[in-house]
Design a protein around this ligand. Sequence first.
Ligand SMILES: [Zn+2]
Ligand SMILES: [Zn+2]
Length: 896
Amino acid sequence: MNWSVSVLSTATSDTEPTIVVNFESGKYVFNTGEGTGRSWLQSRRHWRKARGVFLTSVGTQRCSGLAGVLMFCADASIQAVKVMGPPGITHYLASMRSYCKRLTMSVKVMEVPSAPPVYAAGNLDEPQPAYTDENIRLYAIPLHAVPASPAEGENTAAVHGKRKRSPSPDSSFKRPAPSDPAAPTTSDEDLEHVPRPLLERIAESGFSPLELSGEDAEEWRRMVVANMFPCSPPAEEPIKKRKQKQKDVTPPVVAEAEPQPVQPQVDPIMYNAAYAHRSRRLPPFAHPDSGPATLCYIVVGPRVRGKFDAARANALGVQGKLRALLTQGQSVSFMVDDGTGNMVERTVMPEEVVGPSEQPHVTMILDVPTPEHIPELVASFTENPFYARFRSKAEEDAKEYHVHAVFHLCGPGVLEDERYKAFMRGFADGVHHLISSREHGADNATFTTAAYSQLRLNQLDPDMFPPHHYSVLPRRDLSLVPGLPPLVELLQHNRLVDVRPPRKPCLDVLAQQYDHFHPAITGSQGVLLPPAVADVFRKSRAKVKQLAAARDTSKKPGDDVEIIPLGTSSTVPSKYRNVSSTLVRIPGWGSLLLDVGEGSWGQLARMYGDDIDSWTSGVWELLRDLKCIFISHMHADHHIGLAKILAMRKLMNPPPSQPLYVVGPRHTLVYLREQSEVEDLGVDQADGNGIITILSDMLNWKPVRPFWKMHKNSEPYVDEERSQQAAKNMCRALGLESFTTVDVSHGTRCYGVVVKHSDGWSIVFSADTSPSDNLVIAGEGATLLIHEASFADDQEEMAEQKAHSTCGQAIDIGQRMDAQNILLTHFSARFPKMLPVKTGPPSGRGRTLALALDHTRVKIGDLWKLDAYLPAIECNFADTVAEEGDGEQEAATVSW
Ligand SMILES: [Zn+2]
Ligand SMILES: [Zn+2]
């Protein structure tokens, strides 16, 4: 049984390491940082066999691509996925309930206990694997940060021992999800464990999940996840909402017409209650006293049986079914002629006809975020005799297990820590070490298709299409680091490591074939445009020059405001376009982000450069200047990138001097707080430069029904006055006259926004919507309308069904609004490259229409140029697509 490991992405400015273990019958994904789905798309590998996602820690760094990956899996018809991680992973997943759900797939969450297993000296028994199937046994070792002891010289074992005893109320063993086949079967007794008082509390009208703690809270979170991913697709909603009277204490009931039991082994009352209360906040989560755990994984492949020696079996007279028994390791006895006509019994042992079996092959993924995690890592591989066999130079250990490759995810200061180098040297010399470290690695482009396309457009207009920031040189060459083991290399995306049969790491040929970006930037010739493309570029530039000469050069309000589309694809990313986000930069005032789909941080980092030695330049400077993030609605392509941006902002040292306002629907405000319990995102911090949230309902252009009043007591952030006061402060910080949300038509609560500046210009952003009269009225006379155009003109019916707009409808809205400029964006993934525009130019004197493209940097006053470049951009796409050998991408068929 052959198997391999592929590296989907590594630590760069826009990706985190994602490693995939590949077997014929299944794939196992280790970590899903932001952009994992898009990396997968770029790698051209399919994910239909994905069985599980194994996370080394909880939080944005390792998990912010999880929602996208799960939805990609569901859309690829995968029916069941396991998600494993340290304590907090169920809470994290449950916090996504308002935007990540799929009725056709089940997700089983398995939390690995936080406390390291207790090791008994001399006990060679294998620890219990965290996960097993026919391909792998997976061991998970939790690590914690152990602050340097004031008493220098305290040995690691002592530190480790102390850790083991640390109390951890929330870290007690988490019962795996009930229908996990690897878990002990759930008995009726288990189902009855919910104490009666809890069931009674759930039935009370004033019940809130916030009251729950301990095992009740864990059970609640598991039920929330079970609701997000029920086992089988019910024909209708599993539970009918029944309006409860104030004094009705009956718990919510299962609909009579429920097609079949969903999650048959879960407690139905808890399951239904979690559904009924899904819009309420989750029970509070806190890490154990020992701090958040990071997991290291050991992946052990199957033990392959030796070859059956048929000739020897014939000679011994072994026939038929007896051969099968021997291959299964059993001895067999049968009657044979002894050569003299007498029948005698003969016993054959397996080793007489079956060659020696081959030891399992092994790989490891070690996540060591800080030097403070090293003591527990070292202790685990020395104190536990079973784990110690994987890190050993002894021949007898090598005969038992063949450790082929170790993946080290090293945080700052880890790799060059003497203790870590000594740890690495403890492995056998033939082990390959692959290092992911921002301090050492290059900053290669992962999304090479988009990077290459941008490189070509840069020749059309270097200001409007700046090349992505990247670096192909390692920041610090590993050959300069003394004391590392012999076979060490930097982890690069698209590496392939065959584990059985073992081969040295090599480049994935498929990825190499389609990477035009790196050969272009490292070759001597640079980017060579085919003559026909160069010709169209030349003509476009000439046209722009000609138009510029004829234009009125007087400055109008808003001309200098910069618009930078960061993501222009609808629902899913493509190799060419990321999901929704638009940056608006107001000179002298600051910046706003209109929606932030997954990967928006990475898009910013590639645009402005992520110099990890400086907290004041490039993307960090932009982040300091960012004063508002507007979230239009809860569809995944519009807001999943929010937490990553906040987490990166929280890292800045010194911190920003001003607050960042996040305007969004209540669900965003809730999940931000729930995720903040796992990882500090700076929400509600007291020192005045953190995240201040504003409920978008409260800024609507005309009064709306007072949503969320019922949560007012437990959620102060839904208070109307509080939101309006914060909005005033935000307007003051950005020089705005007003910031008004507009309810648009999208089948779910969705707001567009009208931003009016005191300098006399305004921007209207439609968000996702069918043609909306509200927007026309509220946005009248806009300087710029940024409108979605998901579909082409001949797709009106589909646009209506999906509550989106066609290109022509968007232009019509702009005309009726009398917008001076119209920028179309949010193109369906059916058009990963360019939306076919058949509509003629918008009527109206001087009105400009342009199509957005990721990473275009254009001032409102220069939008006409982007329009003039359209033939060149289309020609570039057509040509790049031919080189990429692309058909319509797989993602064009999926729908989230
Ligand atoms: Zn959308
Ligand atoms: Zn939407």
